[in-house]
Design a protein around this ligand. Structure first.
Ligand code: SF4
Length: 362
């Protein structure tokens, strides 16, 4: 037990990826989620055809792209209560990944904007991801937006630090039809959990997860709840405790590598070297995902919300913007054309990016 509670030194060797490769593709989760959206009738032949069209557009590198993306990602609000080291500083200032950057501004998306974008894309998108960098439970209209998506047969996903769950907000989003809730629990005791999360009590979080799992069971909501264990050297000795915790609650557990660029502010050696960047690979985000920032900026991908002054596809204005036109507009086409002709090296944001395939970042 003493060993369990001992903080390892930063000099230990980098851990190996638990699944052997560079990237966790979440196959099991994708399968579970697919079963759920089939059951809740949030998937249609048209949506599946759209996935195939996006794949084809990517394969053939059509600058115009497919007629529509199949994933919508919305940054509802980029504020957060947990202050994780890899995300922001002590005062909550978001790390700007643009080395020439001027800083990331903060703000909230009006619920009407989120709902209108979902309404426009409802026939074609498989899922709306309702967070990017911020904590979605801080957004007071979260249940309203989820309900709107459910009413329009669009599946929804959030990732949360889980610290702000109450019986009331948990019940509200379960009732609204949320399909997947991902919660980070990367340590079982406070001394380990608190290395990465500046402002959070692990016992409180575990209580919240127990409560959420209980409500999910009692209400027969069948929402997929997934606990995310971000694996570093410092916390690998507590992995089995979180595994047991998840097994007892009957919730899914996922293990993923830590931030490869030493996101723990150099507490650990990097798990990735810059020479391993996938510079030769194209990126399918540009052909499959639409990202909208809190201020209505329509962006190529979720990296662009933490890269100041990114290249935009356009801006969303309530009652005025047709997102289908923006998706195939001149600015979107020029970004795809650049990827097609110069690859990731063509844009500074892409040249530093580790993303491969459309999935969670790590
Ligand atoms: S390579 Fe990375 S930064 Fe560039 S479009 Fe793809 S996901 Fe975004």
């Amino acid at each position: 037990m003493t060993e369990l509670l001992t903080k390892p030194t930063s000099k230990t060797n980098p851990i190996k990826s638990p699944w052997g490769g560079q990237r966790n593709r979440y196959w099991d989760l994708q399968f579970k989620l697919f079963l759920r959206v089939l059951k809740t009738k949030k998937v249609t032949i048209r949506k599946l055809l759209n996935v195939a069209l996006c794949d084809l557009a990517y394969l053939l590198k059509w600058s115009k792209g497919s007629p529509t993306p199949y994933i919508l990602s919305l940054e509802l609000w980029n504020e957060c209560n947990a202050g994780c080291l890899f995300c922001r500083d002590k005062k909550g200032k978001i790390h700007d990944i643009n080395p020439q950057g001027t800083g990331i501004s903060k703000g909230k998306m009006p619920a009407e904007m989120a709902m209108e974008i979902i309404s426009q894309l409802k026939e074609d998108i498989l899922v709306a991801v309702l967070y990017t960098n911020g904590e979605p439970l801080l957004y007071k209209d979260l249940a309203k937006v989820i309900q709107h998506a459910t009413d329009n047969r669009v599946a929804t996903i959030i990732a949360s630090n889980g610290l702000l769950f109450t019986e009331e907000n948990a019940r509200a989003i379960l009732e609204a039809g949320i399909d997947l809730i991902k919660i980070q629990l990367s340590g079982f005791t406070q001394d380990i959990y608190g290395i990465q999360i500046r402002y959070g009590e692990v016992e409180y979080l575990k209580e919240n997860i127990r409560m959420l799992a209980r409500l999910n069971q009692e209400g027969h909501y069948q929402t997929v709840i997934m606990i995310d264990y971000i694996l570093y050297n410092y916390n690998k000795h507590q992995l089995h405790l979180v595994k047991e915790f998840c097994a007892q609650l009957g919730v899914k557990m996922n293990i993923r590598r830590g931030n490869p660029f030493g996101g723990l502010e150099n507490l650990e050696p990097s798990l990735f070297s810059k020479s391993m960047l996938p510079l030769k690979d194209s990126c399918d985000y540009l052909w499959k995902v639409m990202q909208v920032n809190f201020n209505g900026d329509i962006l190529p991908c979720c990296e662009a919300v933490v890269w100041s002054n990114p290249k935009k596809y356009g801006s969303f204005h309530l009652g005025q913007t047709d997102v289908y036109k923006v998706w195939r507009g001149a600015d979107a086409q020029s970004v795809r054309e650049l990827m097609k002709t110069k690859g990731r090296a063509g844009a500074a944001i892409c040249a530093q990016c580790t993303r491969k395939g459309v999935c969670f970042k790590w």
